[in-house]
Ligand binder design. Sequence first.
Ligand SMILES: Cc1cc2ncn([C@H]3O[C@H](COP(=O)(O)O)[C@@H](O)[C@H]3O)c2cc1C
Ligand SMILES: O=C(O)c1cccnc1
Length: 344
Amino acid sequence: MSLSDTVRGIVAVDEVARAQAVEHQLALAKPPHALGRLEELGVQLAAIAGQCPPPMPDPARIVVVAGDHGVVDQEVTRWPPALSGVLAGTVVDGVAGVSVLARSAGVQVVALDAGLAAPVPSVPEAVIRRGTADFTQGPAMTRDEATAAVELGIAQAELAYDEGVRCLATGEVGIGNTTTAAALIAAFTGAEAAAVAGRGADSPPEMVARKVDVIARALALHAPDPADPIGVLAAVGGVEQAVLTGLVLGAARLRLPVLLDGVTGVAAGLAAVALCPAASGYLIAAHAGAEPGIGVGLSALELTPVIDLGLALGEGTGAALAVPILRASVAVMTEMATLASLLG
Ligand SMILES: Cc1cc2ncn([C@H]3O[C@H](COP(=O)(O)O)[C@@H](O)[C@H]3O)c2cc1C
Ligand SMILES: O=C(O)c1cccnc1
């Protein structure tokens, strides 16, 4: 489905089911609110599904989108760009961090090369462009490429739905992508470059200072307009964030919960909500994470992360770990006795 049809097809989450779920939580055999955030998650899942109690978010799938970033020319990462393709292959081979954590949580992982600089034989490809341009010199990609990337993500959500998936999550690999994600978060929230640039994959302090300068220069060069989200993605985005924006919108259109993982997932969530505010109710922040852009983006989205384990790996690792907690929130609503049943 096209971006415009998808945006038109997104309806806000169901407030009737939400109200029923709030009542149901109060009726369960526990003091009111005693299960804390677990109760809020169950309520949100009910509002998303339009059903109380909500269905299990199973099977869940993390879509790991791989891309490369021209801005690595500005020395914003410690790592060689060739590592992006190697990491994507590791995801396919089932031995990446996200592969291990997803397996332990019973969560599916798929990898997709949407923008690696060079193909990797084992990684399925649907290439928007082979590496973006350095956004300190010009736009990272064209508007048409950004739109095609978003529509690729929408198609990934639709494919997952057709294969029975009932919870989606963002995942990524791409050396340099914490710089593009931070630039997007600054563009959508109005935050200063210094508030969003972080250590990424273990950048030393002088490199983080360079990331601040690179992001500030890009914002000054492009003056991205948050009211034009495709323009923002094209100017300072990466292919991963653009595809994952579509994954989020596709999930919302299909009324599936979607976990935002890490700084790239948060950037995609901001872009999706800028394109369609009604999508916001479908978003669940997987984890807090060490990247400062995550906190900045999540406050703008008014989301509270499910877990906080100090993760700084990306890939979708936080999303894998959050899925069992979503399941637990559903189990409570489905299986727990009510106070009335106990007290007769
Ligand atoms: C061995 C290794 C495994 C990773 N897995 C995910 N990332 C993460 O780090 C990269 C972004 O960080 P930066 O912006 O600093 O380059 C992305 O590939 C992201 O997925 C990794 C990074 C490394 C080095
Ligand atoms: O939190 C993230 O998303 C992250 C952190 C470091 C490297 N890559 C991603």
